[in-house]
Design a protein around this ligand. Structure first.
Ligand code: MG
Length: 304
C-alpha cells in the first residue's frame, strides 16, 4: 500500500480506476476507502487542476438553477420584465398575477401576453420584450437592495470548481444574457462556462438537455474515454422533474419559492434546506464515486 499526503487532496487508485476527493480531512471516509479497496495513493499534483482532471473516469456534470438556488435577485427580474412590458404595451405590473417560480422566460412572456393582451405574442414581439428586459435588468440588479446569494453558495462553488472530476454549468429558465447579468453582481459567472438557458428552449427539460449535451461535448473533447453523470440542482419541483426527464440525479434545495415539503413530493434524490454546509453536497458526490467505482454502471447507480 502506498499512501502519502501533501495537501488536502486525495487520488485513490484501484486498478485503472481513480477516485478523487478534495476532503482528505474526511478522515473516516479515507479510512473507509483505505480499508475497503486497498491501494491508496495521494498526490498533490492532481489537486487544483483546471476544473477537472483528464484522468477522471467518471465526470460529474452539475447544472445549477439560478433564481432561488444560487441567488435571490430581490425581484429585479420581475421589475425589469414589468418595466419592459409597460414601455412597449402601456400595461404596468404585468407579472403581478404570475407565479414565476421555475418558469422559463419564454413561458413567462407568453403568460404576460395571454393575461393582459388575451393572445399569444409573435416571435418578434417576444424577442423585443426580452431585448428591453435585459436592458432594464442590468440596472434593476445593480439597484436591488435585497439581492442576496443563497447560504453557502460561494464556498460550495469554490470547492466544486476545484474538484478534478466535476464540471459546473447552469440549467436555468433565464435567457443566457439575463442569467449572466444576475450572476455578474456577485462574480459567479467565472464558475459557469456553459449551460442550458431559456433562450435554448421554452420547456425546462429541453433546455436542461441542451445544457447537458454542451457539458458532455466539453468532456468528450478533453477526455474522450470519460463517462458522465448528470446532476441537476434546483429549488422547484420543475427543476426536479426536468432533471429526472434528462436522466440526471436531482438535488432539491429549499432556498427558493418552494418549501421542503413541496420539494419532497417531487421526490428528488437528495434534498437540502440550504447549502450552508457545502460538505453535504460534496458527500453526495463521494457516495456516487464509491458506487460507480464498485459497479461502473450508471443505470445501476441511477436506480440506487
Ligand atoms: Mg429557481
Amino acid at each position: 500500500m502506498k499512501a502519502h499526503v501533501k495537501s488536502n487532496a486525495i487520488v485513490t487508485t484501484c486498478g485503472n480506476t481513480k477516485i478523487y476527493s478534495p476532503f482528505f480531512r474526511f478522515n473516516m471516509f479515507c479510512t473507509f476507502l483505505t480499508s475497503t479497496i486497498g491501494p491508496v495513493e495521494l498526490e498533490e499534483h492532481y489537486w487544483r487542476t483546471n476544473n477537472w482532471n483528464k484522468m477522471a473516469v467518471w465526470v460529474h456534470v452539475l447544472l445549477f438553477d439560478v433564481d432561488g438556488t444560487l441567488l435571490h435577485s430581490g425581484g429585479a427580474g420581475r421589475r425589469a420584465l414589468n418595466e419592459a412590458f409597460e414601455e412597449i404595451f402601456g400595461i404596468p405590473e404585468a407579472t403581478k398575477e404570475i407565479n414565476l417560480n421555475g418558469l422559463t422566460d419564454a413561458i413567462i412572456c407568453k403568460k404576460m401576453f395571454q393575461t393582459h393582451l388575451k393572445r399569444n405574442g409573435t416571435g418578434e414581439e417576444y424577442r423585443g420584450l426580452l431585448r428591453r428586459y435585459v436592458e432594464f435588468l442590468e440596472q434593476a440588479v445593480d439597484e436591488s437592495e435585497t439581492y442576496t446569494l443563497m447560504p453557502g453558495i460561494s464556498a460550495l462553488l469554490e470547492v466544486l470548481s476545484n474538484l478534478p472530476d466535476v464540471l459546473l454549468g447552469l440549467g436555468t429558465g433565464n435567457i443566457e444574457l439575463g442569467a449572466r447579468i444576475k450572476l455578474e453582481r456577485s462574480g459567479l459567472n467565472r464558475y459557469f462556462s456553459f449551460g442550458g438557458f431559456g433562450c435554448d428552449a421554452a420547456e425546462r427539460a429541453s433546455l436542461i438537455e441542451v445544457g447537458f449535451r454542451r457539458g458532455e461535448e466539453a468532456v468528450k473533447t478533453v477526455q474522450p474515454g470519460a463517462k458522465t453523470v448528470r446532476w441537476v440542482i434546483g429549488d422547484t419541483w420543475r427543476d426536479i422533474e426536468a432533471g429526472r426527464a434528462c436522466g440526471a440525479r436531482v438535488v432539491g434545495v429549499a432556498t427558493g419559492g418552494e418549501d421542503r415539503g413541496t420539494l419532497e413530493k417531487a421526490k428528488p434524490d437528495y434534498i437540502f434546506t440550504n447549502f450552508s454546509e457545502p460538505v453535504q453536497l460534496i458527500s453526495v458526490l463521494e457516495e456516487a464515486r464509491v458506487h460507480l467505482m464498485k459497479s461502473n454502471d450508471l443505470v445501476n447507480y441511477l436506480r440506487s
